[in-house]
Design a protein around this ligand. Structure first.
Ligand SMILES: C[S@@+](CC[C@H](N)C(=O)[O-])C[C@H]1O[C@@H](n2cnc3c(N)ncnc32)[C@H](O)[C@@H]1O
Length: 260
């Protein structure tokens, strides 16, 4: 099965369904960003520290699997040159909707986050990747590709779901019960019953995968990055039972060494 092809249609339908990660920011948010007042997330709630970002004016940012009319238009309004690569046409359209509404320029590229061959080496100052590697089976190719397209000294900001989030029975979680069911690494494809998979498809839900912390963090180091900072975050406890007990997401700041 072609996961990217399936997940493209799933994310297109998430836009139709109004998933919160597909809802464009308002004109007020863009106006404030033009004045230098802005914040973005890599994880559900906690803003990325502004100290992670170099001066925005003229910064070349690649939004990696970051469509949805959220971070990209804010970066553009704050003065950056923004390109977004995303696997969903509808998610890219959300960025273009804000760009047209508020007079911003965003370059949109339909593609897979694991294949950045359309970009030259040493192109971007920042690659911004909000929690989206859960939608690909493995992460190393993506980190290697990001390392190639970042200029020396460039920064990679990533949001991740903590793998422990995947050990629980999803239906039980929805009713607030923490029932351990799955051995990691998790994949919808291999861990769900036929009936559950059919339900997932019928609901237009994307297929997800867990990744070990070793793959997520040492994987960046293996590509050549140096880890600079990290933080943990969660969804609101009213939306996610597990976050009452531990932070369910993390974000990392990594750098391609300035000289190689
Ligand atoms: C949770 S959303 C992230 C964007 C959102 N603005 C945010 O802040 O979280 C996940 C995004 O990953 C994209 N995506 C999923 N699989 C992908 C792939 N293989 N390559 C590129 N993008 C992908 C989806 O289309 C979707 O826009």
């Amino acid at each position: 099965m072609d996961i990217a092809e399936y997940n493209r249609k799933a994310w297109d339908s998430q836009v139709e369904a109004g998933n919160c990660w597909t809802i464009p920011v308002s004109s007020e948010v863009i106006a404030a960003a033009r004045e230098g007042n802005w914040k973005v997330v890599l994880t559900p709630q906690k803003p990325v520290p502004n100290t992670w970002f170099p001066k925005m004016n003229g910064l070349k940012i690649l939004g990696l699997a970051s469509g949805g009319g959220q971070q990209a238009p804010i970066f553009a309004a704050a003065g950056a040159h923004v390109t977004v690569i995303d696997n969903s046409t509808r998610q890219l359209e959300q960025d273009q909707y804000v760009a047209q509404r508020d007079g911003l320029e965003i370059k949109s590229v339909l593609g897979d986050m694991r294949d950045l061959s359309c970009f030259r080496a040493d192109t971007f100052d920042v690659v911004f990747n909000p929690c989206s590697v859960s939608f690909i089976p493995s992460v190393q190719t993506m980190f290697d590709e990001v390392f190639r397209v970042l200029r020396p000294g460039g920064l990679l900001m990533c949001g991740f779901v903590n793998p422990v989030r995947f050990i629980f029975d999803e239906d039980q979680l929805k009713i607030g019960v923490l029932a351990v069911r799955h051995k990691l690494p998790y994949s919808d494809q291999t861990h769900l019953s036929q009936a559950e998979l059919e339900q997932l498809r019928a609901d237009g839900e994307p297929f997800v995968f867990s990744h070990s912390l070793e793959d997520l963090i040492a994987g960046q180091l293996k590509s050549g990055f140096v880890l600079r900072d990290m933080f943990e975050d969660s969804s609101p406890p009213s939306e996610e039972t597990l976050s009452r007990f531990l932070p369910t997401c993390l974000a990392t700041l990594a750098q391609k060494p300035p000289t190689q």
